[in-house]
Design a protein around this ligand. Structure first.
Ligand SMILES: [Zn+2]
Length: 76
């Protein structure tokens, strides 16, 4: 466990002692933001972000991809 290096998905910053980082779990249907814990960060498919700003970048992209592909919801 000691020495695990985490890398921000947005800026590729690496840290072995991530403080105030965030973990995001997401799928096509759902996105969940978690406070940083070793448990959350170590889960398969967990995404790591060096701070709120970069977590938000990812969330924005997720919204965009969702909206862009949600043909059924287009228009009204
Ligand atoms: Zn970052």
């Amino acid at each position: 466990m000691i020495g695990t290096i985490y890398k921000c998905e947005i800026c590729a910053l690496e840290s072995s002692a991530p403080i105030r980082w965030f973990v995001i779990h997401c799928s096509d249907a759902k996105l969940a933001v978690c406070k940083w814990t070793e448990e959350q960060a170590g889960k398969p498919h967990a995404l790591h972000f060096c701070g709120e700003a970069h977590a938000q970048v990812y969330i924005s992209r997720w919204f965009e991809s969702f909206c862009g592909s949600a043909v059924m919801l287009g228009g009204k």
